[in-house]
Design a protein around this ligand. Structure first.
Ligand SMILES: [Zn+2]
Length: 117
């Protein structure tokens, strides 16, 4: 059994009621909830964030700001590193138009945050 101390803390942007209900779900219900959430995200396509975590990254928080997305993430480097994952780090993520057309996503490293933030 998982002890209460091992239970993950919900991000503060998740409404308390939702977090409380999520923590009571079975793994199967959770998996289906994720699928439903992804469908909802696609439905809200116009507000979709360009922020996708990489395989060794963990997005802690993504906040839409005026003209950019503020992202706090942890990242792992090489396997075997004792300090992994590193961070949390604060980035500003901007979608920029390219001269040749289309857009590209630019990540600007702002700085490291203390664990308390
Ligand atoms: Zn590392």
């Amino acid at each position: 059994m998982a002890s209460p101390a091992d239970e993950p803390t919900p991000p503060e942007v998740v409404p308390e009621q939702v977090a409380g209900e999520l923590s009571d779900l079975t793994p199967e219900e959770l998996r289906n909830t994720i699928i439903y959430a992804q469908e909802l995200l696609q439905f809200h396509d116009e507000t979709a964030s360009p922020v996708e975590p990489g395989p060794d990254e963990e997005i802690l928080r993504a906040t839409e700001r005026d003209g950019y997305t503020e992202v706090v993430k942890r990242a792992a480097c090489a396997s075997g590193c004792e300090d992994c994952p590193h961070g949390p780090y604060l980035y500003h993520v901007k979608e920029e138009s390219r001269p040749e057309g289309g857009t590209k996503v630019r990540w600007t490293f702002v700085g490291a945050l203390s664990e308390a933030e």
